[in-house]
Design a binder for this molecule. Structure first.
Ligand SMILES: Cc1cc2nc3c(=O)[nH]c(=O)nc-3n(C[C@H](O)[C@H](O)[C@H](O)COP(=O)(O)O)c2cc1C
Length: 399
């Protein structure tokens, strides 16, 4: 999955002197032509995180406690390729959550497993936020037989407001794609505290990979899956379709993967915006290099979320709820995380094309269980802060 339009070929050292000079030369040449300032402004160099596309993040400063405010929290959740595949129907004491299956990632997620997990992330934010806004919230999953888009009904009743560290983490959470601090391990207590959020769900399990040897083997497999996605024209194209390069596109569509969210250093990000847009092939190359040099080798731990049955829609939603709640816990604990879902994406594609289940077998060998995997992620202590990603307005997702 190409979740980041990476713009450097030598990511370990940020940007090399040679590349910097080459970039600076191009920059000056373009400036001489008079276009660079225009391109810089046009692509948001001077307005990172600004504009209507980013307003939903600061909207949380101004909540009045209505049920729609729960939806304001929901739309900030983690979601595959920032597709935001959800709709909400809100009344005074009930919120119905629907999957917007048109906002899918095609061959990246042929069975829509990630799409349903994403709706689970939105539901988790509403559950976490409800007590803080003065609601007790009960929910049921897939409540309408025969309607696969009706993901959940959340029933609200008044309750004394109660704060929590997790609700405070909602506007602070983002996918952290910067390198993590390789000198800092995550304590066993912290890992237990985080994965305890899976305990209420019988069908969802979380496994941690923390030993050096096992991390190396899983990391290599994730890189192999990344290369396999790049080599698969359908998957590469499907992923590229959700990348937003220009400021206009970001402000118009308010979704997708942006350069600002890629976790690159400032100069590389600026050059990425000012220089001519990269092709899909270049973008794939930067992605693989970033995975290989910055993201996989700096993981303090990898996590694996597995289900009893990845074809079960309710279980996918529960898996997403677990991911989102764990991510909030990590943020509350000062930790950072990034889903790295290339292996499950390859497993889905292998199933769809009836190819030999190479990645499924490789994961089973590595984890010594054949539980099907919904999501994988890396976590650790971040060395930088990636910028926020855009969100559609709450009005755009209300039915
Ligand atoms: C099911 C699922 C799969 C994801 N897979 C990846 C991935 O492979 N690589 C990655 O960098 N981010 C991945 N993400 C993170 C999303 O890209 C991210 O949540 C989305 O772009 C919104 O950005 P934010 O988390 O910073 O708000 C995934 C998220 C979900 C829920």
């Amino acid at each position: 999955m190409i979740e980041q339009p990476i713009q450097t070929e030598e990511p370990n050292r940020g940007i090399s002197r040679r590349r910097f000079l080459a970039g600076a030369g191009l920059f000056i040449a373009a400036a001489a032509g008079g276009g660079v300032l225009y391109r810089a402004a046009d692509n948001g160099v001077f307005s990172v995180g600004q504009g209507a596309a980013y307003a939903p993040w600061s909207d949380l400063n101004d909540l009045s406690g209505t049920p729609v405010d729960l939806v304001r929290c929901a739309i900030l959740a983690s979601n595959a390729h920032n597709t935001q595949p959800w709709f909400f129907h809100v009344t005074a004491n009930r919120i119905d959550l629907y999957a917007d299956t048109s906002r899918n990632t095609g061959a990246i997620d042929p069975y829509r497993r990630e799409l349903y997990a994403s709706t689970g992330c939105a539901l988790a934010n509403m559950r976490v936020a409800a007590p803080a806004l003065g609601y007790a919230a009960d929910y049921s999953l897939m409540p309408t037989e025969g309607d696969e888009t009706h993901v959940a009904t959340l029933t609200l009743s008044a309750a004394p407001p109660s704060a929590s560290a997790l609700v405070d983490a909602i506007p602070l959470r983002h996918t952290e794609r910067t390198p993590y601090d390789t000198a800092r391990k995550v304590s066993t207590e912290a890992l237990h505290r985080i994965s305890a959020h899976a305990a209420p769900f019988d069908d969802v399990q979380v496994a941690w990979i923390t030993e050096t040897d096992a991390k190396q083997r899983l990391g290599d497999l994730i890189l192999e899956a990344t290369a396999a996605i790049i080599a698969d024209e359908a998957q590469s194209q499907a992923s590229f379709a959700w990348q937003r390069h220009s400021w206009d596109d970001i402000q118009t569509y308010r979704d997708g993967i942006t350069l600002d969210g890629a976790g690159q250093d400032t100069l590389t990000t600026i050059l990425g915006k000012v220089l001519p847009a990269t092709s899909r092939e270049q973008s794939d190359g930067y992605w693989l290099a970033s995975m290989r040099d910055r993201q996989v080798p700096t993981a303090a731990a990898f996590g694996i979320i597995s289900l009893n049955d990845t074809d079960d829609l309710a279980q996918r939603v529960q898996g997403g709820m677990v991911w989102q709640t764990m991510h909030l816990q990590m943020v509350a604990d000062g930790l950072a995380a990034q889903p790295l879902n290339q292996i499950p994406q390859r497993i889905s594609q292998e199933q769809r094309t009836r190819a030999v289940g190479y990645f499924q077998q490789a994961v089973a060998d590595l984890t010594e269980t054949d539980r099907p995997v919904l999501m994988m992620f890396r976590m650790g202590y971040a060395t930088g802060t990636a910028h926020l990603s855009p969100r559609r307005a709450v009005q755009a997702v209300l039915l």
